[in-house]
Design a protein around this ligand. Sequence first.
Ligand SMILES: CC(=O)SCCNC(=O)CCNC(=O)[C@H](O)C(C)(C)COP(=O)(O)OP(=O)(O)OC[C@H]1O[C@@H](n2cnc3c(N)ncnc32)[C@H](O)[C@@H]1OP(=O)(O)O
Length: 207
Amino acid sequence: MNKPIIMIGNGGHASVLTEILLAQKETIIGFTAPTLEENAFGLTYLGSDEVIEEYNPSDIELVLAIGTIKPSPLREKIFNIFTQKTYHFKSVIHPSAIIAPSVQLGQGVQIMAGTIIQTNTTVADNSIINTGALIDHDCQIGSHIHIAPGTKISGSVHIEKGTHVGTGATIIQGIHIGSNCLIGAGAVVVSNFANGIKAVGVPAKEV
Ligand SMILES: CC(=O)SCCNC(=O)CCNC(=O)[C@H](O)C(C)(C)COP(=O)(O)OP(=O)(O)OC[C@H]1O[C@@H](n2cnc3c(N)ncnc32)[C@H](O)[C@@H]1OP(=O)(O)O
């Protein structure tokens, strides 16, 4: 039997994940947030993140439900704090996602509706592949990455940890993008980018 879940976060991204989990008949104990908040699905407010430690790591699973719009250390920090304490982050995968059998997924990945992930691609821990994103063959998507809605990533692209690829961006084949980069919405990436770069436009240029 699946373990009951605690959601960390209560924004729009949390709502999308909650709806997937409820449709999959998962049991959600409640959610954590810094302060008492209403929840769109009537989930119970448990308190701030520290309350999680009242639960035995072997009795529950966590879902990191905080969304991001740019590189942010927060998701990585929370993931590391709780995995070091032996808590496990559940992956959330929408049933409409098409994921090739050879794809390797890390812990706590979130694969939203309408995504396609092709042969031999890897998606490492705690990354979000958001609604309708396409990732073709042999890509390496690092940990703590957000591939925003509608992004198109061609074959053999390597993206390092913590990078945000903005809504509707396109990346041609074989590109390497370093860690903690911000690729703007709608950008067309045709050249490599080093760590920490912000790039926008068609073709994408560093800004
Ligand atoms: C389910 C979800 O919602 S997930 C969320 C997904 N969201 C995203 O992926 C958002 C990605 N973010 C973006 O594209 C942002 O516009 C950013 C990060 C590239 C720029 O944001 P900021 O740093 O705040 O820049 P700001 O909005 O002040 O604009 C600065 C300039 O860049 C331009 N600009 C901003 N974004 C882009 C873009 N994506 N492409 C080209 N130009 C851009 C602006 O027009 C402005 O130009 P100007 O100086 O000539 O007027």
